[in-house]
Design a protein around this ligand. Sequence first.
Ligand code: S3P
Length: 437
Amino acid sequence: MSENYIIHPSENITGEITVPGDKSISHRALILLSISEGTASISNFLESDDCIATANILKKLGVKIQKSEKNNYLIEGVGKLGLKGCDDNLDCGNSGTSMRLLSGLLSAQQFESCLVGDSSLNKRPMDRVSKPLSIMGANISLHDEKTAPINIYPAQNILPIEYNMPIDSAQIKSAIMLAALYAKGKSKILEKVKSRDHTENILNYLGTDIVVDNNKITLNPPKKIDAKDIFIPGDISSAMFFIVGCLISKSSKITIKNVGLNPSRIGGIEILKMMGADIQVSYTNTTGPEIYGDIFVTSSSLRGIEIPKEYIPSAIDEFPVIFIAAAAAAGKTILKNAEELKFKESDRLEAMSVGLKKCKIDNIVTSNGIEIFGGELFGANVDSYDDHRIAMAFSIAGIISKGNMKILNTKNVSTSFPDFYKIMKSLGIKNEREIDT
Ligand code: S3P
């Protein structure tokens, strides 16, 4: 049984919305509070398949995680050494973040564990985390030395590491930091371009000795981590779909409240502004682990640009919908140095290229990027390639398509944004669910 969505073209999108809590911060809040001492709450937690996978794994490892009300959870930390092994495989579902971050944490435990994923996650590269973790002394093995299942056995010692990141990836850096919490000395991580720094921010907020100097992180393993309540702001990567939806549709104006505005996540906004987007931001909070605020968007005439390389890590999840903005823009948009897009929930360069061609938007996939020629976008039947962000990007394209847009295989939207189609409706964008049996 598969689920499809049909989107009808719409204008005059107006309204004020909130988007659900940030996915990356939700995973990290759960993991770090689980190994803290004391009980603390997470509010505005993202109740999506990916974050629930992390919560279920931590529960299996002996952590009490209780829902107090919608999106609010109480975590009873077991302390750094309090996790307990279990005989079951630990199922990460579709979630690369669960698998990579938990590999780091589990590498430092005195019990065996096996992380497994769904068919899409089982194809994604995991050697990018097992390599640095092995250097730290972890006893970790992969299928064919590349992919999940990941078997982790107790290590004698976790050693501190000095690591120059070969790829700009917050998941790799976070896996290293989680293992480094257990090392016998200071670890240092150096990034070429800074990736999202939520792990660093939460560790700092919880009182851990972590120093971040531009792209260099120094982490001194703490004896213990003290629990403290965490509020999760709205996910900028989810907000981005509606930001682009509003920009490309006629006579539209929306406000999105309480969205995370961490500088390492707003590359997408900078790129859209370069393309001529009218996006205003007002910061409402600058304390706590993360800064957040409100975003005001007005329809804009966009133009094609060459996307600066330095924005890529901070916009990495936004490219599918940025490509829709590029399709609606005047002229050509060029993206280079973005091979990482090939290793997401789908090969996002290929998936977007095929879908855009179906919508009669010319584009060329290059060795490490794509060139998109803006033009008239036609409705078509487009496959999600089992990737939530491809499904949502083409749903947004449906707002301006000539004729209806049908997105095939949309169930995966629940991995990050279960209420996406409901929020679309609340803004007046007509959509219908269809079940194929
Ligand atoms: C994430 C980091 C990014 C991103 C993913 C979430 C995280 O992956 O694509 O959706 O929470 O750390 P990489 O770090 O592999 O680029």
